[in-house]
Ligand binder design. Structure first.
Ligand code: FES
Ligand SMILES: [Fe+2]
Length: 347
């Protein structure tokens, strides 16, 4: 049985930045913790523990004036650093109310994403900014979709990186069919908190790539990093497309999948509204299998198998996770346990 611990300390994608307007709040559960995200009048994002220290009322039921959050129960007010600024019932202010606080989470906005840092007891504050993308994302990512996967993040990651379900789950006229299966050979190398598939020409049986058209050499580099970030960087001559899939655990049984895209290819941007349904349909095919799989993942069933090169990335994920947890436990730096390797599978 693999360790099902949800990883900390880590930056997680909380939500697309565009979904948080100035003066708005948005409550989310991440790693089992209730967090209230907001954006103040000046445009800065923040994240508070969604809990009023007075009598435990979730602050999400209160109001936000773009500067302070007011609890719905007795009207205590909190600034975006979590400090209490007003207690309406107090006649004489003998208490130093600024010492009353609700918790805060390190929160950052980058590339059109709102990130939250989920601390560990060893590391309450981040030492690094949120992970960098494979290329600059001017203007930020476009949000394609967010889908709730009713499974542990481990199954979501493995499903995401699994190369052999494609011809069975993603069969469609516009993508590929079982008949187009052939042997693939790909180079992999360790990369940050994960691994990358060394830059290659996209598979010739993917019609979606042809839609991109354009001239010039086409290369694709796919990378995975803990805790659940997959990036795909496609370059076509001087132009590029960057796809990001970010997995964020809600708790041990539920995971949010956020899908983003960025491109400087004008014509792709122009027809993006037409392409988005394909992206959504693709993710929903994965969602359907994950839901069905859950019916088989019940206590008493035999342990699962990871077999051959097609399942090597899943094995690597577990090895990376193990090393991450060991490094955290020992208070030392993460050492990527993977080696360069060529994998061969049929898909
Ligand atoms: S519970 Fe929030 S003010 Fe009383
Ligand atoms: Fe898939």
């Amino acid at each position: 049985m693999h360790d099902q611990t949800l990883l900390r300390p880590c930056w997680y994608v909380a939500l697309p930045a565009g979904q948080l307007k100035a003066g708005a709040m948005k409550p989310l559960t991440i790693l089992g913790e209730q967090i209230l995200f907001g954006r103040d009048r000046a445009g800065k994002v923040f994240a508070l523990k969604d809990f009023c220290p007075h009598r435990g009322m979730p602050l999400r039921y209160g109001t936000f004036d773009g500067c302070e959050v007011e609890c719905c129960y007795h009207g205590w007010r909190f600034n975006t650093q979590g400090a209490c600024t007003s207690i309406p019932s107090l006649v004489e202010e003998k208490t130093d109310i600024a010492r009353i606080k609700t918790g805060t989470y390190p929160c950052a906005e980058a590339d059109g994403l709102v990130w939250v840092f989920m601390a560990s007891s060893q590391q309450p504050q981040p030492t690094l900014p949120p992970p960098a993308m494979p290329a600059p994302i001017p203007g930020g990512f476009t949000h394609i979709d967010s889908v709730l996967f009713p499974c542990h993040i481990d199954h979501a990651v493995i499903g995401l990186m699994d190369p052999s379900h494609g011809p069975f789950v993603h069969q469609s006229w516009w993508w590929r069919t079982k008949r187009s299966m052939h042997v693939k050979e790909k180079q992999f190398a360790p990369h940050g908190l994960g691994f990358r598939m060394v830059s290659h020409k996209p598979s010739s049986n993917s019609r979606a790539y042809r839609i991109l058209g354009g001239s010039g050499e086409r290369r694709t580099e796919i990378a995975f990093q803990l805790p659940g970030l997959r990036t795909e960087h496609i370059t076509i001559g001087t132009k590029q497309v960057v796809l990001l899939t970010a997995l964020t655990p809600i708790d041990e049984q539920r995971t949010m999948l956020h899908q983003f895209m960025h491109t400087d290819i004008g014509f792709v941007n122009a027809i993006r509204p037409l392409l988005t349904p394909f992206g959504k349909a693709f993710i929903r095919q994965d969602l359907t299998v994950v839901k069905r799989q859950q019916e088989g993942l019940i206590p008493g069933h035999p342990p699962l198998m990871l077999l051959g090169d097609a399942d090597a990335q899943a094995l690597w994920y577990y090895r990376l996770k193990k090393e991450f947890l060991a490094a955290e436990e020992d208070g030392r730096a993460f050492e990527n346990p993977l080696k360069e390797r060529t994998l061969r599978w049929r898909s």
